[in-house]
Design a protein around this ligand. Structure first.
Ligand SMILES: [Zn+2]
Length: 476
């Protein structure tokens, strides 16, 4: 099992300066090597005429008979043994001559430089796997560098980073026993430097192969905007709208920053303040999401989520034109506000966190198609659009009354049970008494266990949520 632990670093002034310096050098090197890779790729797609030479002998040759390397134009294409190098190896073989021509690159630890090339290689591999074309990195998009496994040392609250020296960090939690240190990434955020340590325990499997006979409880989850999460056991989680909460303050600081003189140090200070607000929003949201994920993992053996097309939901409205080609109103300005709310929910990140916590505690996490889940009655199966009236669900066939989101989550849970082939009696339902799992079955030595107490409330009445807001939660 691979996990990542993040700590805030206490770097001294000279270390901070060195790391900032490294980032700027690494970014230039990344962009330089990316241009090289792009040129090599484009050269194969649509060859340009020029001076060609044979790769092995380097003798001039005819462009018609010459084979072109689609990997890189830098570095040696062949190993000493005569084997062909891949693109990463080619660019890596160029590093000694880079240090010769640009001696300031000698200050960067060689493993960090190689890791930077690996990062570029991964970006291109992702592109060849069908993801987007790699982009040149701006200052805002290049904030981290990493050390490969086996380079760093840890001692209490100190970390040894080669070429940077020992550095203290805020040890907010202990690394569990039996885990090996893997790649270490240093990242610059608005409020300082952070280190993220990947740890691995090969004895614990990453994927869950849970026996379906062991499944005792299943919970269905419905994602929404006003109520971020509705669970099939009747629990509701409000959406705190972290972005909206701080939006007024953010606008104010944004306005102040924009009125400062360009490139003045006051302007830099003002924009740093703005960046810290953005960082705060992210921190608040992440904390809330981790708590939700731990709560779900403590609640049931199987978590059923809905498979949402988030990119499709926040897509822009299609432009409307009349016969003269004049643009008409298409409702985009109204949709803009909704899109902002959807982004503030950050469902994608929430789902990722739920999946990762579920894997940690050996729960099964499922994605199901949410079609008709908000219109279907979970009691009699009657599907009608009229069943739902805003937040209330009233079945026109059997008269079943329920909160619309909880009703949808019950349906999602039922679909999940059908996918797994388990009898529906195991679903955590509103009407049934909620009995959380007695103990987490995770194999990790956690310092604090997640509180499993169900908050006091009235679980029999579905429309009064038993606990609201983040305050009622006990963190894990
Ligand atoms: Zn019904």
């Amino acid at each position: 099992m691979i996990l990542a632990y993040k700590y805030k670093l206490k770097a001294n002034l000279s270390q901070e300066r060195t790391m900032t310096n490294w980032l700027s050098m690494l970014r230039s090197h990344y962009n330089f090597c990316l241009r090289d890779r792009i040129e090599a790729y484009e050269q194969v797609r649509s060859p340009k005429l020029g001076n060609y030479s044979d790769l092995k002998t380097k003798a001039p040759s005819c462009p018609l008979s010459c084979s072109i390397s689609n990997k890189s134009q830098l570095g040696e294409p062949f190993k000493k043994s005569g084997e062909k190098r891949n693109a990463y190896e080619m660019q890596s073989s160029e590093l000694p001559s880079l240090k010769k021509t640009r001696p300031w690159y000698k200050k960067i630890h060689s493993a960090v430089l190689q890791q930077n090339l690996r990062r570029l290689d991964t970006a291109l591999k992702n592109f060849f796997d069908g993801r987007r074309y790699p982009k040149f990195k701006t200052r805002q998009r290049f904030k981290s560098f990493s050390y490969p496994p086996g380079q760093i040392k840890l001692k209490e609250n100190k970390i040894y980073l080669p070429s940077l020296g020992w550095m203290k960090f805020f040890k907010s939690r202990n690394i569990p026993d039996g885990f090996k240190l893997k790649t270490v990434t240093i990242r610059s955020l608005a409020d300082g430097w952070y280190v993220s340590i990947r740890i691995e325990n090969p004895d614990v499997p990453q994927s869950v192969n849970k026996d379906l006979k062991q499944v005792k409880t299943v919970v269905g989850c419905d994602l929404g905007i006003k109520k971020l999460l509705a669970l099939s056991n009747g629990e509701l989680r409000e959406n705190p709208q972290f972005e909206k909460r701080l939006s007024k303050r953010k606008t104010l600081i944004q306005r102040r920053a924009s009125r400062k003189r360009i490139n003045s140090s006051n302007q830099k200070k003002a924009y740093a303040k703005l960046a810290r607000i953005d960082q705060k929003i992210v921190n608040q949201r992440e904390d809330y999401q981790w708590k939700i994920a731990h709560r779900l993992a403590s609640l049931a053996d199987v978590i059923v989520l809905e498979d949402l097309n988030i990119q499709g939901m926040i897509r822009k409205c299609r432009a409307k034109q009349d016969e003269n080609g004049k643009f008409l109103k298409n409702g985009q300005s109204a949709k803009k506000a909704l899109n902002r709310l959807i982004r503030d929910c950050s469902w994608g990140n929430l789902k990722l966190k739920i999946q990762s916590v579920a894997a940690k505690f050996e729960c099964i996490c499922l994605d199901v198609n949410p079609k008709f889940t908000s219109q279907k009655c979970s009691h009699c199966g009657h599907i009608a659009k009229e069943n739902r009236n805003k937040e209330r669900f009233l079945c026109l066939n059997c008269g079943f009354l329920e909160d619309a989101d909880i009703q949808a989550s019950v349906n999602i849970g039922i679909i999940g049970l059908e996918t797994l082939g388990i009898s529906p009696s195991k679903l955590l339902r509103v009407t049934e008494e909620v009995t959380p799992k007695p103990e987490l079955t995770g194999s990790l030595n956690r310092e604090k266990s997640v509180s499993l107490e169900v908050e006091p409330g009235n679980p029999t009445h579905p429309l009064t949520p038993s606990w609201e807001g983040a305050r009622g939660w006990v963190s894990g």
